[in-house]
Design a protein around this ligand. Structure first.
Ligand SMILES: [Mg+2]
Length: 505
């Protein structure tokens, strides 16, 4: 009754479904010319049954086109009136006057990075940066007349108000997601002073400020900028003594050349140097939402799909973005429940409280979302897995901030273990694990490179194409597969019946 040919027929049509996605003219990103592509041809009908979508924030929901907007330099806020610090007369005057605080701040902005300046034949300088944040900072510094002009071997050349300043790069302490900051050690070629320049997340810089420095205005600035949905970075520096540097340098070189536990030892060496900072200021960078993101999320949520946002960014920034792209309705219709705490007990209590509210409101048509940060999540997944799983099932929306790539993958695994069909969508190398873990992985081929798109089952150019991928291609594929299976079954039923009839007569 069930023909063997059904397998062949299904495989054939499934590869056709995948082709439909490749051919879809409405899923081509005309800005960049990137078409949508289905790498995995076997799971088209699964697209029509997605229950949970786990999405990255930067570059997936947002454009990943960073624009420098505001800054706070030693307690003074710039860019508040005009909304653009580069046009703020107060800052431009301070730059022209050569205020030492501002000059130091701009120096960190210009050289605390791994950017390479490229000079064209006409003399114009363009920058090649690994991350969009660094690109935005270097360009902003250049607009404020602190131009990172040249890099020759280890010598950096900066031009400021007509003078040329040279620095020798002694060491680069690269960014890691555990330390959440990066630093460079440079030597001023004129004065011979050795300085450590750092930039990083507020929690990786402000607690390490030297004893006696008032960091209250910086905390305020970070809060204020995050409320506006801006990405913040804190800039800091520390002067090093020659002997202190030499001693540390030996240790760092040794750590870099060991074969066992190298990453851990390098991190430890970095910690040795990165403390007692003199905090210089805070930068705020805008990353706009992509076109059509709020509509896409709203439509998919109406279709009964649950959304989770997993991001490495700050809590307030993540919440602002979530609000602006219809993840949750604003108060009073929507409600945000916070899971936080530093110790096991605190996390347990806050988890229970959230769970209780969630149980009560689950019968009401209210928009309830929970917000959890990386640290609390770590504890919840380790010690209170059962309670957290119940919460995950009850909640339609979740915002997880400050999560690491492996935690993203763990969350997908948690939902999968509850027999939900999950879809993970991301754009960068840090989303690859989550994409591979999920039933369906979608990669966005954006400015972060093609790592995610290569690892994924489907690659699309922009987030808004997800709507068409799921609601049109997914649904059609599902219906067509169901129809074809039934057709093959009944067809062979009829053929068998005819043969039995023939035998009878
Ligand atoms: Mg990303």
């Amino acid at each position: 009754m069930i023909p063997i040919s059904i397998k062949v027929s299904l495989d054939l049509v499934k590869s056709l479904y995948a082709k439909f996605i490749d051919w879809d003219a409405e899923m081509i990103d005309y800005e960049t010319g990137i078409p949508s592509h289905a790498t995995n041809t076997a799971i088209s009908e699964d697209l029509g049954q997605v229950e949970y979508i786990m999405t990255d924030k930067t570059g997936t929901l947002t454009e990943n086109r960073m624009i420098f907007r505001r800054c706070c330099i030693s307690g003074v806020f710039y860019g508040n009136e005009s909304g653009d610090a580069l046009k703020d007369m107060k800052l431009l005057n301070a730059v022209a006057g050569g205020s030492p605080d501002v000059v130091q701040f701009l120096t960190v902005m210009a050289i605390c990075n791994t950017v390479v300046p490229i000079k064209s034949k006409t003399g114009a300088i363009s920058y090649k940066a690994q991350s969009q944040d660094e690109d935005a900072l270097v360009n902003a510094a250049a607009q404020l007349h602190m131009v990172y002009a040249n890099k020759n071997a280890n010598i950096l050349e900066i031009r400021f108000n007509g003078s040329v300043i040279k620095y020798e790069v002694l060491e680069i302490l690269e960014f890691t997601s555990d330390r959440k900051r990066m630093s460079v050690v440079v030597k001023d070629c004129q004065t011979g002073k050795i300085v450590l320049l750092s930039k990083g997340a507020d929690e990786a810089i402000l607690p390490y400020a030297f004893v006696g420095q008032q960091t209250r205005t910086f905390i305020e600035a970070v809060e204020q900028y995050a409320q506006l949905g801006l990405r913040t970075l804190c800039l800091a520096c520390r002067e090093l003594r020659e002997d202190e540097y030499q001693e540390w340098s030996l240790m760092f070189k040794e750590a870099s050349s060991t074969l066992v536990d190298r990453e851990w030892r390098i991190a430890e060496a970095c910690q040795r140097l990165e403390h007692d900072f003199e905090v210089l200021g805070v930068t705020a960078i805008e990353d706009r939402l992509q076109d059509g993101v709020p509509e896409t999320i709203e439509t998919l949520r109406k279709a009964g799909i649950n959304f989770w946002m997993l991001t490495g960014d700050k809590q307030n920034t993540a919440i602002q973005i979530a609000l602006s792209c219809n993840f949750i309705s604003p108060e009073p219709k929507g409600q945000l429940l916070l899971i936080d705490g530093k110790t096991e007990d605190e996390v347990c209590r806050s988890l229970e409280r959230v769970l209780l509210t969630m149980r009560i409101t689950s019968s009401e048509p209210k928009d309830v979302a929970f917000v959890v940060d990386g640290w609390a999540l770590e504890i919840a997944l380790k010690h209170y897995r059962k309670a957290f799983t119940e919460l995950a099932i009850l909640s339609r929306t979740a915002i997880c901030c400050r999560v690491t790539p492996s935690q993203k993958a763990q969350l997908v695994e948690l939902l999968k273990s509850c027999d939900y069909r999950t879809l993970a969508i991301g754009d960068g190398g840090n989303d690859v694990r989550m994409i591979q873990q999920a039933d369906i992985g979608v990669g966005i081929s954006g400015r972060e490179g093609l790592q995610a798109a290569r690892a994924a089952d489907y690659s699309i150019g922009k987030f808004r194409f997800l709507k068409r991928l799921i609601l049109v291609h997914g649904r059609y594929s599902y219906n067509r597969t169901a129809f074809l299976s039934q057709y093959s079954f009944y067809k062979s039923l009829v053929i068998c019946f005819i043969q039995i009839l023939c035998l009878w007569n």
